[in-house]
Design a protein around this ligand. Structure first.
Ligand code: PA5
Length: 472
């Protein structure tokens, strides 16, 4: 085991010799080895053919320089930075912000934030949440980074139109233009069209990188750089992780092993749910980002041959120790349908000593002299053993500390694992046809040209039967 590893993917808790018959056997993995090799080859092929671009993102020095220049300009000119974007155009930004910035970043006095803007990621169009944003930012001092790969997503576009009008009212059309940045596909989409017309600064999203794989593009990098995250270190961590994906032998490639083990637990042991439980509050939004990555990439009706397969493991997010007091009962004694992926951290930035006091009081006396760090680690280790004793598969991704390098490596490793898993299921992990139907109905309802048939279909759908609606 490398001493300076950026992460250690620990699979001890998924094997039968540790947890009994709910686990997998090493022979199961051995049997899967040829398919893992093929999955590795197929992902490499997709990469070399330019069909998937996420592996190559850590090496784009030109983009990094472009982002840093724009970020410095933003920091000079603005007090608030808002991301208009949803799904893959927001979750990576949020994950990086929570992991690598001060946990109360926006509440810090401006000077302690290095005079950097406050950061906001609404990631929703709930009108109350959007309106409330205006209570905590001054529009005149705010820049909006409108991120959309397709450039056409209704939620982002509606938010943009709303904010733009407010800015025009306040500042006039000419000045309002200076409050937008557009991050989008370089070749197509309505956002690109608008940005060119209005003269907004633009950052690119490569055509071969989909939203949920875009955290290392300008999508994730600009907000990170504006808020002071060392994006070079982040990308360096991702690049180092990339090296560990070179072997086609699963024993030496953490992402390939992770893909194989989750595939086996899902398809052979019925673990339909994967809980990512972060024993680091900083990494809790990595679990949220991962939910989208795993769900949207692997939840598919059709395989590559067009056959119905209806695959996918449902990813859930959980926080240790908080959810020991909320979810753990279910994980321990509920149905045998889950595998738990722990995120653990060896060293925290702070060490908090628990003072000795009330020695004769049972539940206070024993804590004195320990640290809160020890308690946190003890609870995590205790939960791992308790889950194992109950026959619950657990794997753990262990980080030495939460740093830009380790977070870069973690996100890249989870992206690679997802790509390999897609090949094992023989599905396309890089599209999302299942979200189109709902979108098209919404377009129809709102009268978008070309979706009249969807409006008709919607209007013909059975109306709610009032007898099935019960009021309180
Ligand atoms: O991963 C994806 O492709 C999606 O979840 C998108 O990120 C999301 O739908 C937002 O799309 P867009 O960036 O095109 O506005």
């Amino acid at each position: 085991m490398a001493k300076d590893a950026l992460l250690r993917y620990d699979f001890n808790g998924v094997f039968t010799d540790r947890i009994g018959e709910e686990g997998i056997k090493i022979e199961d993995l051995e049997e899967l080895a040829p398919r893992l090799k093929t999955a590795h080859e197929r992902v490499n092929l997709l990469r070399s053919e330019g069909k998937i671009g996420f592996f190559d993102l850590p090496y784009d020095d030109e983009l990094v320089a472009q982002v840093e220049i724009l970020a410095a300009d933003v920091v000079r000119k603005f007090d608030h930075f808002v991301v208009i974007g949803i799904g893959g155009s927001a979750l990576g930004n949020i994950a990086l912000h929570s992991a690598l910035n001060h946990p109360y970043y926006n509440e810090l006095p401006r000077k302690e934030r290095g005079k950097r803007p406050t950061m906001h990621f609404p990631d929703n169009i709930d009108p109350d949440r959007l309106a409330a944003l205006l209570d905590v930012i001054d529009l005149k001092k705010t820049v909006f980074n409108f991120i959309s790969k397709s450039g056409d997503t209704a939620e982002g576009m509606a938010t943009f139109l709303w904010v733009r009008q407010l800015l025009i009212k306040k500042l006039g059309a000419k000045k309002a233009r200076g409050h937008f940045i557009a991050t989008t596909d370089t070749e197509r989409g309505s956002l690109r069209e608008i940005a060119l017309k209005e003269g907004y600064p633009m950052l690119p999203i490569p055509a071969n990188v989909g939203g949920r794989f875009s955290v290392f593009t300008a999508v994730g990098l600009l907000s990170a750089a504006v808020s002071g995250i060392d994006i070079r270190a982040l990308l360096h961590g991702a690049a180092l992780a990339n090296r560990s994906f070179a072997p086609s032998d699963y024993r030496k490639n953490p992402a390939l092993a992770g893909a194989g083990i989750h595939y086996l637990l899902h398809t052979r042991r019925g673990k339909n749910i994967q809980i990512m439980m972060s024993y680091s509050h900083r990494l809790k939004d990595v679990a949220d980002w991962f939910r989208q990555l795993w769900a949207e990439s692997l939840g598919k009706q059709k395989d590559r041959q067009g056959r119905d397969v209806f695959v996918g493991q449902t990813p859930c997010k959980s926080v240790g120790v908080t959810d020991q007091h909320s979810q753990m009962q279910l994980y321990m004694e509920g149905p045998f349908d889950k595998v738990i992926t722990l995120l653990t951290v060896d060293e925290f930035e702070n060490e908090l000593k628990i003072p000795k006091a009330f020695p004769s009081v049972d539940s206070a006396g024993y804590l004195g002299g320990h640290t809160i760090n020890e308690l946190f680690h003890a609870e995590q280790a205790a939960s791992e053993l308790a889950l194992a004793q109950k026959g619950r598969p657990v794997c753990a991704i262990r980080l030495p500390a939460v740093t830009p390098e380790t977070v870069g490596a973690l996100l890249m490793m989870l992206e690679a694992q997802t790509a390999y898993a897609g090949e094992l299921y023989d599905i396309n992990a890089f599209d999302q046809p299942g979200v189109e139907l709902g979108k098209h109905f919404a377009y129809g309802i709102l009268g978008r040209t070309g979706f009249e048939d969807k409006a008709r279909e919607f209007n013909k759908a059975p109306k709610p039967d009032k007898s099935r609606i019960i009021c309180a």
